[in-house]
Design a protein. Structure first.
Length: 206
């Protein structure tokens, strides 16, 4: 085995090792709104997963740019709500375009051609063409710090308020999401994305 001591690595190495090893990662393409300017931000994050089911909770961790909180994090902290969209091939290029760094007064929506529609439980609009989306509200927030107590990432635990499924990816009679129809795009390392391959079923032991 090739061994590295974490203490001897720099940030770039940690990023390469973590994002190259923890794959594939689902992508949360999330809309949030700045209450002061009414600008709607749209950005993708792949530090995203399920946290609980009795109360439907998901987490998104948003790394800071130096000491600066990203717009999505600032909006979530200020108004406590957003809409998470899952990404498929049809949305891949648009999603990638919105990863560009823009001034806070400029919306990433100006970079792409998408249709917005009103949400049910939050004031933030949603992307009409996303195959799955979830309206969310901030349940808990944690500022993650380094050993010098400097904030390096903003971790949000988000409660899902509403689910939306396109009919093409959902078996309504069984209430199943159809993964082969959804064909989600996942994040790998560098500039690479992944797709579903073979799907195997293994029954869990009793």
């Amino acid at each position: 085995m090739i061994h590295y001591s974490s203490k001897k690595l720099n940030t770039k190495q940690h990023y390469k090792f973590l994002t190259g090893s923890i794959i594939p990662r689902p992508i949360a393409w999330i809309t949030t709104k700045n209450l002061e300017t009414s600008v709607v931000n749209l950005a993708p994050f792949s530090y995203f997963t399920v946290a609980a089911k009795d109360l439907p909770l998901v987490t998104i961790s948003i790394n800071r740019k130096g000491d600066t909180m990203k717009d999505t994090a600032a909006n979530l902290l200020a108004n406590k709500e957003g809409v998470i969209h899952l990404v498929n091939d049809a949305l891949l290029e648009a999603m990638n375009a919105t990863s560009a760094s823009l001034p806070s007064e400029e919306s990433e929506l100006s970079l792409i051609d998408v249709v917005l529609e009103d949400s049910h439980s939050v004031a933030v609009p949603a992307l009409k063409d996303a195959p799955i989306r979830m309206e969310v509200r901030v349940h808990q927030y944690l500022a993650l710090t380094d050993h010098e107590e400097r904030i390096i990432s903003d971790l949000f635990v988000l409660e899902v308020l509403d689910y939306y499924f396109d009919k093409s990816v959902f078996d309504e009679s069984q209430e199943y999401i159809l993964p082969e129809k959804l064909s989600p795009v996942s994040r790998l390392a560098g500039n690479f994305y992944g797709h579903l391959g073979t799907i195997d079923e293994l029954k869990r032991p009793q």
